[in-house]
Design a protein. Structure first.
Length: 132
């Protein structure tokens, strides 16, 4: 029996936002995803000239981390900081560097910036939301 179209895996790059929307150490672009078939959010931000993206889920408690929509960096704009318990992550690697997040890393979402656009590459575990 053929697989339902909405259940098919998407592997093509997904356009997220124009590059111009991501200011250095500024507000992140937040987007909806399906992570292990459960609704979740991802975020992409620019840090030290690089575009990085992660699943919006703290390692300490699986909750969204932004202080306000799209605000992930601490007051000094040095670290990604969870608004719930203060877990701190290194922005370029997602590695936990302090607080109650242990020794893990945030779930990396593969992104690429080209021709003035930021693209996300879905993975086996993290897929775009499919609207029917």
């Amino acid at each position: 029996m053929p697989e339902h179209p909405s259940a098919a895996k998407v592997t093509d790059p997904q356009p997220l936002c124009p590059s111009s929307e991501l200011n250095e150490r500024g507000q992140a672009f937040v987007f909806d995803v399906m992570h292990f078939r459960e609704p979740a959010r991802g975020f992409v931000l620019r840090f030290d000239g690089q575009v990085v993206a992660y699943l919006n889920r703290c390692l300490h408690v699986p909750t969204e981390m932004d202080w306000q929509h799209g605000e992930f960096l601490d007051g000094d704009k040095e670290f990604i900081m969870c608004s719930i318990h203060g877990a701190a992550y290194e922005p370029l690697s997602g590695r936990c560097i302090g607080g109650p997040c242990g020794k893990g890393t945030l779930t990396v979402l593969k992104v690429e910036e080209r021709e003035g656009q930021v693209y996300w590459y879905p993975s086996r575990d993290t897929q775009p939301v499919v609207f029917e």
